[in-house]
Write a protein that binds this ligand. Structure first.
Ligand code: ADP
Length: 215
């Protein structure tokens, strides 16, 4: 299984990414975690990117794409599956990630879009700030991360729709409910991926399910 996660900050990429990785026995590649680890260890890279993280801006593409290339090579050696969390954030990153993956014959089979509105993610991130003290979980920086998401990340969702690998899930519900739906959708996709070419598939939109069954 090869999954990309696309979601606004606070929608649950980390939580669902960990769940997917455990369920399918694949590596969880989270660029935010990798970058924060560099900052914590005060590596050269960490010192170079810290101000981008603190301000809620984007780290330069070559830094994250190098990380992706390295992590993909390791994932290939470990069996070829992955769940990628944090990349792509822009259309340029989406194209570059596709090329890197393609060269290794491991292009994603599913782009999982977790939908949550701004008020909900702001509430979650401010609650997390009280517990975790992440330097970018202040109201001002969260606002900037959200604006960036709407401006440069949200538009790439359509690109995955055209490629036939998009699955959209309503992430406004409790994490375990979202997780159950995510795993069920991915299990269904798993039976498809080896038999139906990406181009012959249609986007799958499960975001109405919450309302249909009464959240
Ligand atoms: P969130 O989605 O909650 O903002 P992440 O942990 O995914 O959190 O990312 C935290 C920060 O790491 C981002 O605000 C950004 O500064 C940096 N970052 C992570 N992934 C990328 C990326 N693909 N391109 C540029 N910067 C990134």
């Amino acid at each position: 299984m090869r999954v990309l996660l696309i979601a606004p900050p606070g929608a649950g990429k980390g939580t669902q990414g960990t769940l997917i990785a455990t369920h399918f026995g694949i590596p969880h590649i989270a660029t935010g975690d990798l970058l924060r680890d560099h900052v914590a260890r005060r590596t050269d890279l960490g010192r170079a990117v810290q101000h981008h993280l603190d301000r809620g801006g984007l780290v330069p593409d070559e830094v994250v794409l190098d990380m992706v290339a390295e992590a993909f090579a390791a994932a290939k050696a470990a069996g070829g599956g992955y769940v990628l969390d944090g990349v792509p954030r822009t259309l340029a990153q989406a194209r570059a990630t596709y090329e890197i993956a393609q060269r290794l014959d491991m292009a994603a089979n599913v782009a999982l879009h977790l939908q949550a509105d701004d008020d909900e993610v702001m509430r979650r991130l401010l609650a997390r700030a009280a517990l975790e003290h992440r330097s970018d979980d202040t109201a001002e920086v969260i606002g900037r991360r959200l604006a960036l998401y709407h401006e440069v990340t949200a538009p790439i969702v359509a690109w995955y729709g055209e490629r036939g690998i998009l699955v959209s899930v309503d992430a406004m519900r409790p994490a375990e409910q979202v997780g159950r739906e995510v795993l069920a959708a991915l299990e269904v996709m798993r039976s498809f991926v080896d038999h139906v070419p990406d181009a012959a598939r249609r986007p799958i939109d499960l975001t109405g399910l919450g309302a249909a069954f009464g959240r």
